[in-house]
Design a protein around this ligand. Structure first.
Ligand SMILES: [Zn+2]
Length: 873
C-alpha cells in the first residue's frame, strides 16, 4: 500500500522520544583498546560458552585505578592484569576492575577475564532441533549491533573504540566456525575441533562475530581474495542464485568508493532464525536464510539482491569507516541503502534506480506520517536500536542522492572517495562527511544538512499550472503546504531550495524537447511566470525529481496525459499518473489504461494499475484486466492487488483462476489469494463465502513451498473474511507450533485483522491465543503478536501489549508494543456504530458508483464531437 498522499494539514506529528528518553553520550575513554582475543569453548546442548577474554589496552593518562567494562549477566570467575589477579565489583551489567597498579600513559595493560555464560539472553544465539521442529539445524550465531556484544563477552562496548580482534573457539568436530578476518589455524582435539580466526584491521566490538554450523561452503573470488557463501547443506544452488553477484558488486563498490575492499576475505553466512535481514560483521556478513531464493522466487524477488549489496556496502560504510556514536548511524545506513539504488542503476538502468529511490522516499514518508517525525541525527532516545528506522535508512539514502544531484556526478564521487580515503580505519561523525565534501569540492552543503538532516520533515509541494495564450506566459504556482506561520525556519518549516522546472514539447517519434528553468522556492506560496515561444505540452516540476518531497500536481488533464505519456523522467510520469488517479473520470481511466499497455517501464505500469484502482468507476475493471497478461510479474501483482479493491463478482472471477492454476510468480499467486478473500468479505454481489473458504483451504493443503509465500497469502485471504468463524478456526490452527515458521508468523499476524468482525466469544479465543504466543521469546513471534494486537479494537489487547512493552528483551519489540498501545486506544475510539455507519456508507458508495459510471459514459458520448484537447495546438 502506498502512503504517498497523506493529509498534509495534519502536522500533529507524534514525537519520536518515548517517556524516559534521555541524551546518550559515549563514555570517557580510559585508553585505547588495541586488541581483543576471545578464547572460547562452546557447549551447544547446554547453550553455554566459557573461556577467557583478553583485552590489551594502552592508557591515555596516568593514575587511573578503575576500569569499567560492559558485561551483562556473565559469570566472571577471575580478572587478571599482566598475570596478577585483581579485585572487581560486578552488578550484572558492568564490571568495575580495581587496578592494583594505577595506569601509566602508554604502558600497556594486558587484561584476562575468565568467564562463562549459560543461556545468554542476547548477543549469541543457540539454534537446535526441538520436538516441534525436529529438522531445525544446529547453529550458533552472534548479533552485536547495537549494544549486545556485552551479553557474550566483557568489553568496552561502544563504537568509538576500534581494535584488532581474534577468536579461538572449540566446537564439536561435525560443525565449522566462521569469524572475522583470516583463519590462522585449526586443530582437532578428540571429538572437538578448534578454529582460530584473526582480524588484523581495527573494528568495533559490535562487529565481532561467530557463526557455527554444519554448512556447505561455496567458493568464489574477487581480485584473488576468497569470497565464500555458507548455507545449510543441500542449498548450494540457492546460494549461488542468491549471492552469486557478490564479486561483481565488490568490484563495483571498490571503484565507486575509490577504495579497494579492505579485508582478506568476504564471507556471507546464511543462518536460521536470524533476527535481522543481515548484519555486516567485518568481513563476515550474516544473512537470514529466508533470503535464499529458488528459481521461481528469483523471477521477481529483488530483496535478496538488495540485501546482499546493502551488507557489502557496509564493509566500507560502517566497518572501514565506523560511526563514532549511534546518533550518526545514518551516515552508514543511508549509504548502504543508497548503494542499493546505485547497484540497481548499474544492473538494471536509470529508470529502475529512480523508481527504487521513490520507494525509499515512500518508506520514509509513511514512517513520518504514521509513526513520528524526527531529525536524522539525534542522541536522545531510550535505546539505540530505536534509531534504526526509515529516517536513517530510506531518508538517509534520499539525502545521499540529493548530495549527488547537488554536486553532480563527478564531484559527488570525488567527495565520497575523499571521505572514505581520509577516514579509512577510523570512526566518523556527520560533520566529517560535510568536511570531506568541502575538502574535495569546495562546496559548503550545510544548508542541505540543516534542512534535511538536523531537523525533521520535508517539503510538501502543491503545484498549479496555467497558460496565458494571449501573452504566451506559463504560470506555475508552488505552495509549501507543510509550512506554518512563523518567522524562523525552525518554527515555519519552510524549505529553501533551488528547483528546476522543465517545460516539455512532444514531437512525433522523437524524445520531447525540454526547456528548463531553475527557481528558488522559499516562501509558503510563490508564483513564477515563464515567457515561452509556444504552449508546452507538459510541465515537469523538480525535473529529475531529486529532492525528497511530496508533490501534488494541480494540472489540467491534457497536461497530465502528456506528462504520463512523454516525460523522460520516470518519476514525473508516476506523479502524473497519481494526479490522474486523484482526478478520476473516464478521461483519466483512458490515459491510465493506455499507459498500462504501452508504457515500456514495468515500474510505471505497476503504478498505473494502483492509480486505476483509486478511480471508483465500473470502467476501471475493463481497463485493468489486460494487465493480468503483463509479461512482468511485478506488474501482474500490482494488477491483481488493484482488482482486489474492486469488490465485484467479476473481479473475483478474474482472480480465481490464478488462485487455482497458479502463476509464474509466488507473489502474484499470494496476491490473488488475499484478493479473493478481500472481495468475498465486502462485495455487494458476493461470491459465496463458503466457496472462497474452500478455495483457500485447498491452497493451504497443496501449495506449501518457498518461504510459504503462497500459503501466507491464503491466510491473508482468510483474515479478510472478518465475520467468518470457520476462517478464524483455520487461522488459529496455523498458529500452532510445528507449522513452518513464516506461515505461522503470517497466521499470528492475521489474528489481528480477523479479530474486528468476530463475536465476543471468538474475540476471547483470539486474545487467549495471543496471550499464550506472547510468552514465546523468539523475536519474530513477538513482533507478529504485537502487529496483531495493534489491529485490535478491544481494551483487552492493551494488557498483553503492556506486558510485552515491559518484559520483552528486544528494544524493537518494546518500542513497537508501546506505539501499538496508543494505536489500540485510538481504535477503541472508533466504536461499533461508527464502523457500521462506515460499512453502510461503503455500500451506498458502491451503488452510487454504478450510477456515476453510467453517467460518465453518457457524458463521454455527448462530448465526443467537437472536442479539442489535442497534443498540438
Ligand atoms: Zn544496514
Amino acid at each position: 500500500m502506498s502512503h504517498f498522499y497523506f493529509d498534509t494539514d495534519n502536522n500533529q506529528y507524534k514525537t519520536f522520544e518515548l517517556p524516559g528518553a534521555k541524551p546518550h553520550y559515549n563514555p570517557d575513554r580510559p585508553g585505547q583498546v588495541e586488541h581483543i582475543f576471545l578464547d572460547l569453548s562452546l557447549d551447544i546442548p547446554k547453550q553455554s560458552l566459557q573461556g577467557t577474554c583478553h583485552i590489551t589496552l594502552t592508557p591515555i593518562c596516568n593514575g587511573i585505578d578503575r576500569l569499567n567494562l560492559n558485561a551483562v549477566n556473565l559469570d566472571i570467575a577471575s580478572i587478571k592484569v599482566d598475570d596478577v589477579e585483581q579485585k572487581f565489583d560486578y552488578d550484572g551489567s558492568e564490571v568495575s576492575v580495581k587496578l592494583n597498579t594505577q595506569t601509566q600513559v602508554n604502558k600497556r595493560i594486558n587484561m584476562a577475564i575468565a568467564y562463562s555464560v549459560e543461556k545468554p539472553q542476547r548477543g549469541i544465539y543457540f539454534i537446535q532441533p526441538n520436538e516441534h521442529y525436529p529438522h531445525k539445524p544446529t547453529q550458533v550465531w552472534t548479533q552485536g549491533e547495537d549494544e549486545d556484544s556485552r551479553f557474550w563477552f566483557p568489553c568496552f562496548d561502544y563504537p568509538g573504540q576500534l581494535s584488532t580482534s581474534e577468536i579461538r573457539v572449540r566446537i564439536p568436530k561435525s560443525l565449522m566456525a566462521i569469524s572475522n578476518g583470516e583463519l590462522i589455524g585449526t586443530e582437532s582435539n578428540g571429538d572437538d575441533k578448534i578454529y582460530h580466526w584473526s582480524q588484523q584491521q581495527v573494528h568495533p566490538t559490535y562487529l565481532m562475530t561467530l557463526a557455527v554450523g554444519d554448512f556447505a561452503e561455496i567458493r568464489d573470488e574477487w581480485n584473488g581474495k576468497p569470497v565464500t557463501y555458507y548455507v545449510e547443506k543441500g542449498r548450494e544452488k540457492e546460494a549461488r542464485l542468491s549471492m552469486g553477484k557478490t564479486p561483481r558488486m565488490m568490484e563495483f563498490l571498490s571503484q565507486k568508493y575509490g577504495y579497494g575492499y579492505a579485508y582478506p576475505k568476504y564471507a556471507q553466512v546464511c543462518v536460521d532464525d536470524f533476527i535481522f535481514g543481515g548484519m555486516e560483521n567485518t568481513s563476515t556478513t550474516l544473512l537470514t536464510d529466508r533470503c535464499l531464493l529458488d528459481a521461481k522466487a528469483a523471477l521477481d524477488n529483488r530483496n535478496t539482491e538488495r540485501l546482499v549489496v546493502h551488507e557489502l556496502a557496509h564493509q566500507w560504510f560502517g566497518d572501514l569507516l565506523v560511526i563514532k556514536h549511534w546518533s550518526h548511524a545514518w551516515v552508514k545506513e543511508g549509504m548502504a541503502t543508497y548503494s542499493e539504488v546505485m547497484w540497481a542503476e548499474q544492473e538494471y538502468g536509470t529508470d529502475e534506480a529512480a523508481y527504487y529511490r521513490l520507494q525509499d522516499a515512500r518508506g520514509y514518508l509513511s514512517e513520518d506520517s504514521d509513526r513520528y517525525r524526527r531529525p536524522m541525527v539525534t542522541h536522545i532516545y531510550r535505546e539505540a536500536i530505536e534509531l534504526y528506522d526509515s529516517h536513517i535508512y530510506e531518508k538517509g539514502a534520499c539525502v545521499y542522492h540529493m548530495l549527488r544531484a547537488e554536486l553532480g556526478e563527478e564531484l559527488f564521487w570525488q567527495a565520497i572517495q575523499t571521505f572514505v580515503q581520509t577516514h579509512a580505519h577510523q570512526s566518523v561523525e556527520t560533520i566529517d562527511l560535510l568536511r570531506a565534501i568541502e575538502t574535495a569540492t569546495g562546496r559548503n552543503l550545510n544548508f542541505l544538512f540543516d534542512q534535511y538532516v538536523y531537523r525533521g520533515g520535508h517539503p510538501d509541494f502543491k503545484v498549479a499550472y496555467s497558460w496565458d495564450g494571449d501573452s504566451n506566459l506559463a504560470k506555475v504556482t508552488v505552495t509549501q503546504t507543510q509550512a506554518k506561520e512563523g518567522k524562523t525556519s525552525s518554527s515555519n518549516y519552510l524549505f529553501d531550495l533551488k528547483i528546476p522546472i522543465a517545460f516539455g514539447y512532444t514531437q512525433s517519434d522523437e524524445p520531447p524537447q525540454l526547456k528548463t528553468f531553475t527557481v528558488r522556492v522559499h516562501e509558503k506560496e510563490q508564483s513564477f511566470y515563464f515567457p515561452l515561444e509556444e504552449k508546452p505540452q507538459f510541465v515537469s516540476f523538480d525535473h529529475g525529481n531529486h529532492f525528497l518531497k511530496t508533490v501534488a500536481l494541480e494540472y489540467a488533464i491534457p497536461e497530465l496525459k502528456a506528462q504520463l505519456a512523454s516525460a523522460p523522467d520516470p518519476l514525473a510520469r508516476i506523479y502524473a499518473a497519481e494526479a490522474l488517479g486523484k482526478k478520476g473520470g473516464l478521461e483519466a481511466i483512458k490515459a491510465l489504461s493506455t499507459a498500462l499497455t504501452s508504457e515500456p517501464f514495468w515500474g510505471i505500469r505497476a503504478e498505473v494499475a494502483k492509480q486505476l484502482a483509486k478511480i471508483k468507476l465500473d470502467q476501471t475493471f475493463d481497463a485493468l484486466t489486460p494487465g493480468l497478461k503483463d509479461g512482468d510479474a511485478r506488474v501482474r501483482r500490482a494488477v491483481v492487488e488493484a482488482l482486489a479493491t474492486i469488490k465485484t463478482n467479476a473481479s473475483y472471477k478474474a482472480l480465481k483462476p490464478i488462485v487455482k492454476s497458479g502463476d509464474d510468480s509466488y507473489y502474484v499467486e499470494a496476491a490473488a489469494c488475499r484478493g479473493v478473500g478481500e472481495i468475498a468479505a465486502v462485495s455487494t454481489d458476493k461470491p459465496k463465502e463458503e466457496k472462497v473458504l474452500k478455495l483457500l483451504k485447498t491452497v493451504l493443503a497443496e501449495k506449501a513451498g518457498w518461504n510459504e509465500v503462497v500459503r501466507s497469502g491464503a491466510i491473508g485471504g482468510l483474515a479478510a473474511l472478518k465475520t467468518s468463524e470457520p476462517a478464524l478456526n483455520v487461522i488459529l490452527e496455523y498458529t500452532q507450533l510445528g507449522v513452518p515458521q513464516s506461515l505461522r508468523l503470517g497466521a499470528i499476524r492475521a489474528l489481528g485483522k480477523i479479530s474486528v468482525g468476530q463475536t465476543p466469544t471468538n474475540l476471547e479465543r483470539i486474545l487467549e491465543r495471543l496471550k499464550e504466543l506472547a510468552k514465546e521469546t523468539f523475536f519474530l513471534t513477538q513482533v507478529a503478536v504485537v502487529t496483531a494486537l495493534g489491529q485490535m479494537e478491544t481494551p483487552k489487547a492493551l494488557g498483553i501489549l503492556q506486558s510485552l512493552a515491559n518484559q520483552s528483551t528486544d528494544g524493537r519489540v518494546r518500542r513497537r508494543a508501546e506505539e501499538k498501545i496508543a494505536k489500540v486506544q485510538k481504535n477503541i475510539g472508533t466504536d461499533k456504530t461508527l464502523r457500521q455507519l462506515r460499512e453502510e456508507l461503503d455500500q451506498l458508495k458502491q451503488e452510487n458508483q454504478k450510477l456515476q459510471s453510467r453517467l460518465e459514459s453518457l457524458e463521454a458520448l455527448s462530448k465526443k464531437e467537437g472536442r479539442s484537447e489535442g497534443v498540438k495546438e
